[in-house]
Design a protein. Structure first.
Length: 44
């Protein structure tokens, strides 16, 4: 549905939270694949 896109970047300034994900201004740290759907559901 193209609501989200994926972009690989070198640094988001959150090395201690790696792997990290940003959506807009929100930063999610130590993201595991099992939590990804839960995070994305917040933005529906």
């Amino acid at each position: 549905d193209r609501r989200f896109s994926l972009e690989v970047v070198r640094c988001i300034g959150a090395c201690g939270l790696s792997p990290a994900l940003t959506i807009g201004e929100d930063v999610f740290g130590r993201v595991k694949s099992a939590k990804l759907a839960e995070i994305l559901d917040r933005y529906e």
